[in-house]
Each structure stands twice: as C-alpha cells, then as structure tokens.
Design a protein around this ligand. Structure first.
Ligand SMILES: [Zn+2]
Length: 317
C-alpha cells in the first residue's frame, strides 16, 4: 500500500491526465495531435501529448505535473534580474508596453474622465503595470511568483490567486490577461472570475496564441507558441469566443495583428523545425545571461504579415 505522500503523488499524476478546463478524465483515450518530448536542464526527459477534450473541446497539454511546472518556471524563465532580455529588446518592450497601455485604456468608456482601475493578471515584471502607473491609473498586479519588478510597483503586486484579497475585494475598469490564459488551468473559471471583478463599463483584454492559426498548422509540433509544458490549454478563436459568450461577455474588438509575437513565433518556429535538437535556442539567445548562441536576432518582418497567429480580444460586460 502506498503511504500518504505516495498517494498524494499518484493523485497529482492522475490530475495531469485530466482536461485542464473541465476535469474530464478520458483524455488518455483521445487521439494525440502531437507527441512532444522535452529535455530539461539536468538531463531529465519528459513526454507529453497534445490532445483535444471530447467534453469541452479544449486542446490540452497532457502529462503536466506540478513538479514539472516548478522546473519549467525556474528563474531562468523570467530572467535573472529586473530585466529578462538584452538591453535593446528591453527598451523596445518598454516602448511597446506604453503603447499597449494607452491603446487598451482607450477602449474603456469615459477613460479620459476618470482614474482607471487596472488589474494585470500574470503581470510578470510589471512592464505594463508601470506604464499604467505612469498614466496615473490605480494599479493591481497578480503573479504566481515573486519577481524582480521593473519599476516602483511592488506594493501593488499580489502573489497568489485571483480569489485572494485584496485582488478580489476590488472592481476594475480594465482587466488585462495578456499571453497568460494559456498558462492557467480552469480557463472557463478564470473568465468567470474576471467578469465578477469588472465594473459596469469594464472590459477584459485577452491575448493568446491561436491554435487554429496558419502558423501552428504550418509548423505543427515545432510551433514556438505550443511552449510545452508551460502552455496547458491551447486556445483558438472559436473556443475563446464561445467561452466568452457563455459568460455573457460581448465582444468589442478582435485582432490578429500582434507584430512582435507573430514575427518572433515565425522565426523561432522555423529554427525549431530546422534544428529540432535546439528547441527555442533563438528565444534563449535573447534572454539576459545567455548572450551568445550564434544566432543574430534579425527578425523577418513585412513578409510574414499573412502569418499572423494571435488573437487579441476585448470584451465588455
Ligand atoms: Zn475538457
């Protein structure tokens, strides 16, 4: 008989083979869309599979345990200090964050006449939050791990869950979930929680990799934005629309033009297909601390416009 610790371990392993959204336990019998093998630092190799749930239709990464996620979200993932990338990339990211902050705030009715209350779910190092702070907004950040922050925003960043106070005790005019939903389990539950926290005219801004994109179809298991095992659900436009409509959220705008993510994803996916033994090497070469991987970050731009692969959606209650 297994002891209590072993039983807990078995339960966690069993959970890894259920649908991350609805908990359906029959995923192991579903057809494998892609088998994925990841070599972790230290020599450990883990196998995963991408499968679609027959109950809720969400595409899942199957085989992700909490222990594997701990390794996958090591400090290297976020960068070793208050910066994650090379200086020039950091400069560009800060500039883009300011533009994004203004663009998203512009969708809130009456934004120019009030102090906006903004929640950034999965705020990372807080580039976007810092931009909102500079705009005079009332900011709240939510993150799973304590990180070195890019700006004086630490009093406003909560480490924990969306149901924790002080996050859950406030209402927000703008909730941003920017390339975060694909990292979270219980997608429907998260969308429901967001709706509960919105003010009357509030909006939710969501961006996710689009699993139904041309880029994913073109690169298959080499697609950079599969990002196994960190991406547990793999969302597409139709699934997301349906989930939001089920929460009675109306769509203000949908866009597939995330220039950075699309071009970056195209370049890295191409390299992954050419050099399958060095997955995401280009991505690594842009992070601080690993400066010389022999790949010059020249990003293909205009030619790749037809391959836009992201969905950025704005919703209002
Ligand atoms: Zn499901």
């Amino acid at each position: 008989m297994p002891n209590e610790e072993q039983r807990d371990g078995l339960v966690k392993v069993a959970e890894a083979f259920k649908c991350h959204n609805c908990g359906y336990a029959g995923l192991t019998e579903a057809k494998t869309i892609y088998p994925i093998t990841i070599n972790f630092p230290g020599g450990d190799t883990h196998s995963f599979s991408i499968k679609q749930c027959s109950e809720c239709n969400l595409v899942n990464t199957v085989g992700v345990t909490p222990q594997i996620l701990d390794i996958a979200y090591s400090s290297e993932y976020y960068g070793g200090g208050s910066r994650k990338f090379l200086d020039i990339i950091e400069f560009i990211l800060k500039f883009i964050s300011k533009l994004k902050a203004k663009t998203l705030a512009g969708h809130v009715n009456g934004a120019s006449n009030q102090t906006l209350k903004v929640l950034d779910i999965g705020c990372g190092r807080g580039l976007l939050l810092s931009a909102y702070q500079a705009m005079g907004c009332e900011i709240t950040g939510l993150e799973r791990t304590k990180l070195p922050l890019a700006g004086p925003i630490s009093p406003y960043v909560h480490i924990g869950a969306i149901t924790d106070d002080p996050v859950a005790s406030k209402q927000y005019d703008l909730i941003v979930i920017w390339h975060v939903l694909e990292h979270l389990e219980k997608t429907n539950y998260m969308l429901c929680q967001c709706k509960q926290l919105l003010t009357h005219n509030g909006i939710v801004a969501i961006a996710v990799p689009n699993f139904s994109s041309l880029q994913r179809r073109l690169f298959g298991r080499h697609w950079f934005h599969l990002d196994v095992p960190r991406h547990v659900p793999h969302l597409d436009t139709r699934w997301l629309m349906s989930a939001l409509q089920a929460e009675q959220l109306s769509i203000i705008k949908t866009s597939h033009t995330d220039l950075i993510q699309n071009c970056y994803g195209f370049v890295q996916s191409t390299l992954n297909a050419i050099f399958p033994n060095d997955p995401n090497g280009f991505s690594d070469s842009l992070t601080s601390g690993i400066l010389n991987r022999g790949i010059i970050p020249i990003v293909l731009t205009q030619e790749e416009y037809p391959l836009f692969s992201y969905t950025a959606s704005l919703r209002s209650a």
